[in-house]
Write a protein that binds this ligand. Structure first.
Ligand SMILES: [Zn+2]
Length: 112
C-alpha cells in the first residue's frame, strides 16, 4: 500500500470521527500508540510489533489528513538519503548515546 492510499483509506474509514475529535486528541492517541509500540519492541512478539507499527502508521495518517498534508510530501525529504548531510548512507557524526533500557536492550534513537 502506498502512503497516499493509506491516507485515503484512513479518511474513508475514520475521517468523520477524526474531524470531530480534532488534532490535539489525535496527537494524544498517537503518543499512546507510540508507547504501545515501544513496549512491543522491548518485550513483544513480532506479531505484536507489527500490530503496533500499523496502529502508529494509521494515527500518523489520520493526523496528516486532519492537517491537510501529504505523507508522500513529508517523506520526500528522505528520498535521497540523509536530509541533514545529503549522503546515503548518512555521514553525520553519530548521535549522542542513548541509555540502555532496564532490560539491557538498546533504546530507540530519534532522528534529528
Ligand atoms: Zn547525515
Amino acid at each position: 500500500m502506498e502512503l497516499a492510499e493509506l491516507q485515503e483509506v484512513i479518511a474513508a474509514t475514520f475521517g468523520e470521527r477524526d474531524a470531530a475529535r480534532g488534532r490535539a486528541p489525535t496527537v494524544a492517541w498517537l503518543a499512546e500508540e507510540m508507547g504501545e509500540l515501544a513496549q512491543a519492541v522491548r518485550k513483544g512478539s513480532a506479531a505484536q510489533q507489527l500490530h503496533e507499527l500499523g496502529d502508529v502508521l494509521a494515527w500518523v495518517a489520520s493526523l496528516a489528513n486532519q492537517l491537510g498534508l501529504s505523507l508522500d510530501d513529508a517523506v520526500a525529504r528522505y528520498a535521497r538519503g540523509c536530509p541533514t548531510c545529503g549522503h546515503l548512507p548518512c555521514a553525520c557524526p553519530p548521535p549522542r548515546p542513548v541509555p540502555s533500557g532496564p532490560d539491557g536492550t538498546d533504546s530507540p534513537q530519534m532522528l534529528s
